[in-house]
Design a protein around this ligand. Structure first.
Ligand code: ADP
Ligand code: MG
Length: 539
């Protein structure tokens, strides 16, 4: 939290200066009020009118300052929230693939949305509330001092009691904040899943599950929030509030004593009342907002601050392009306790074409993920030209690999942008990719051709078209190794043939194509076919 406050210190300082001036003016108003009352007591109407005039002008200025204050707070919050979201995205980018997928993406969504909102409520609003209360209490104390010195120590004693009291409760509030953040993230994940599964649930007449799920997730969000608010209410309004009433007795007696003795103006009884309440309200506010800030800690804890904020992978150099071969030697892999690959030894030579077959669940996709560097806890060795891939990050390895996933993901943008992902390519490169992915023939069927928007995750395209967009994407990036995971499974035979022909005909490309079933005729087109189910491959 401090990091963000410091980062935007100019904006934040502006807010505080405006608050200080505002509260100084408000405290002055008490002195003016005192003079107005005193004039009344002394029946000096002219003086009374003058002070009333000054007071009204003063309030005008104060209102204006409050407008500026409000605007500058909003600007500061905008800047800090923006930075938080940038840091969250950098945090996510810095996670490895395995790490990223260890949590539900819905949870990340909640970090970026409701999490930031909670930070705004419990950290920023509280912080600026806090500085406002500090300004209010300080200016009131200075003003009290100017009325009579003894009023200052009296208000200080009160301040100390109100300030130290909440220390007893910060741990508790931090804990409630933790629970709140965790449950909220989990519930958002569930909500996202329910929304995604809407069609399935409706189709099978399971609408009740949708309703129950949402209501359950809602309780999961609301219950810890309720507990947090309840805790805050009991401590802030109850305990601290009552302590404030108790500390109000001393000042009243002191002022009464001083004015009866004629040491201060009689009217002081009226004016100082406001000032003392400013001090105690100020410190009460400080106390309760500190609790609220404590509760926001959990939301900050999950953000790693990246000084550069970019999240781009650091200046690691790419692995030199494979010249000879990718080799797997005695590679074994298990998901927790479930063995998937046992002692697999394979060789993929540069520029050659390989098919990888085997039964469903036989570990074909897993093998590709190992090559991509996404799964690291395997036994045996995987080498690119004799260099162990464990010495490189997945980002480094992926510089020379393209991957066509089994489940294609498309953004809800145009077909063109889905292929280029914002990178610049020439028309010739685009035409080649469209031709080789057999997407060319589909384009006239789209209203806006390449610029047709594909819908949420490509819902306006057929399964085969989606897959071909993904193939075009992999081809246009023109990397020397292409991993295809059932990438042609949703294509009709004619399109599958077009795609495979063009991939097989490219002499520079090392192709590893996973296919759950391959006809003998198609097998013959590959340099080698590895069957993951066979003894020759797995011991
Ligand atoms: P294939 O692509 O050959 O059909 P996979 O490599 O996808 O098979 O999966 C091999 C086995 O590993 C399957 O039995 C699958 O259930 C299991 N598996 C795949 N991914 C995971 C995962 N993330 N966690 C646990 N088990 C998994
Ligand atoms: Mg698979």
């Amino acid at each position: 939290m401090i990091y963000y406050l410091k980062k935007f210190w100019k904006r934040n300082l502006t807010v505080i200066v405006i608050q200080l001036v505002t509260y100084a003016l408000i405290s002055l108003q008490s002195l003016i009020q005192m003079q107005t009352f005193q004039s009344l007591i002394e029946l000096d109407f002219r003086r009374m009118l003058i002070f009333t005039g000054i007071s009204l002008t003063g309030w005008g200025v104060i209102c204006l300052m409050q407008v500026f204050g409000g605007i500058s707070v909003s600007k500061a919050i905008w800047a800090m929230n923006g930075q938080i979201r940038r840091d969250i995205s950098a945090t996510l980018l810095s996670k490895g693939r395995q790490d990223y997928h260890a949590q539900d993406t819905g949870e990340y969504l909640s970090w970026l949305t409701s999490g930031v909102e909670r930070i705004e409520n419990s950290a920023w609003d509280s912080f600026f509330g806090l500085t406002a209360y500090i300004c209010m209490a300080l200016t009131a104390m200075v003003t009290l001092f100017s009325v009579h010195w003894s009023l200052l120590p009296m208000s200080l004693v009160n301040a100390l009691v109100l300030l130290l009291l909440p220390r007893l409760f910060t741990k508790k509030m931090q804990h409630l904040g933790d629970v709140c953040a965790r449950e909220q993230a989990a519930a958002t994940g569930k909500l996202k899943e329910l929304l995604g599964g809407f069609d399935v649930l409706c189709f099978f007449g399971r609408r009740s599950l949708f309703l129950q799920g949402i209501s359950h997730a809602s309780d999961q969000i609301e219950k810890p929030r309720y507990e947090q608010s309840r805790g805050q209410a009991v401590i802030a309004s109850g305990i601290i509030g009552y302590a404030k009433s108790l500390t109000g007795v001393g000042p009243t007696l002191l002022v009464a004593f001083l004015s009866i003795k004629g040491i201060i103006l009689q009217a002081a009884l009226a004016g100082t009342g406001n000032l003392f309440s400013s001090v105690s309200n100020g410190f009460e506010g400080i106390a309760s907002l500190r609790l609220s800030i404590a509760a926001s800690k959990a939301y900050f804890d999950r953000i790693q601050i990246h000084a550069d904020g970019s999240g781009e992978h650091s200046g690691l150099s790419a692995v030199p392009p494979v010249q000879d071969a990718i080799t797997l030697k005695d590679v074994s892999f298990r998901y927790e306790t479930k063995p998937v690959l046992t002692n697999v030894s394979l060789r993929f030579e540069n520029g050659k074409k390989y098919a990888l077959t085997g039964p469903s669940g036989g570990g074909k996709s897993t093998l590709l993920k190992l090559l991509l560097g996404w799964l690291s806890d395997y036994d045996g060795t995987i080498c690119f030209d004799g260099r162990n891939i464990k010495d490189f990050t997945p980002e480094q390895l992926q510089d020379q690999m393209s991957y066509i996933e089994q489940d294609v993901f498309l953004f809800n943008i145009s077909i063109r942008d889905n292929i280029t992902l914002g990178e610049k390519f020439s028309e010739a490169q685009m035409d080649k990719a469209l031709r080789e992915s057999a997407l060319e023939g589909d384009l006239p069927g789209f209203e806006n051709g390449l610029d047709t928007i594909v819908g949420e995750n490509g819902s306006n395209l057929s399964g085969g078209q989606k897959q071909r967009v993904a193939i075009a994407r992999a081809l246009i990036y023109n990397r020397s190794i292409l991993l295809v995971d059932e990438g042609t499974s949703a294509l009709d035979q004619r399109n599958a043939d077009i795609v495979e022909e063009s991939l097989l005909a490219n002499p520079e490309l090392t192709l590893i194509l996973v296919s759950h079933h391959l006809s003998e005729e198609r097998k013959a087109k590959f340099d080698q076919v590895y069957d993951l189910g066979s003894k020759a491959v797995q011991a």
